[in-house]
Design a protein around this ligand. Sequence first.
Ligand code: GLN
Length: 208
Amino acid sequence: MSNIKVGVLGIQGDIEENVLATAEALKKLNLRGTVESVRYSESIADLDGLILPGGESTVIGSLLSIQGKVFQTIEKKITEGMPVLGTCAGLIMLSKRTYDKVVGETKQKLFGMLDVVIERNAFGRQHESFEADLEIPVLGKEPFRGIFIRSPIVNNVGESVTILTKLNDKIVAVKQNNIIGTSFHPELSSDRRLHELFIKDIVGFRKD
Ligand code: GLN
């Protein structure tokens, strides 16, 4: 297979951490590939897979509203089946609806392909950040260390959505065809299995 091209949306959030995590995952899987921060529609159109990083979804959304072409290119690529991994704010961006316990429905710009309703900031504020061991059967028996920073939770999943894991009965990772979404930040732990899962989706998508 020729070089795999992975992009990390380089607008706001933990971009570099995802670039590094993906490069490590490619290496672990013994695959040739490039991974870089992307922010123009021409480079996004050329990708085999895209990561929407954690950060602040309202900021990412409003910057994307100004850059309509970038938004449309991402939307088109995901609809065509390009694998995408959304972590934390990235998960929020992929969802079809989102609300906050305090302010109610947040009318923010979303891609809306992932058939879930999201509760933002569901675990509290920045200082209430925490880590927890998660059972994620699709990644194997070893628990995955989840790092939660002002994380959302997933509610009301649609029929096409598979729940990858829960924490205290709250859904914190899902998969819907080519879309993987996590409430936590896999790029901040040293475990690369989630990025590897995403890359395996890319290999399946490329078919060459
Ligand atoms: N609370 C942020 C939001 O709603 C997400 C936090 C994160 O990505 N770490 O966009």
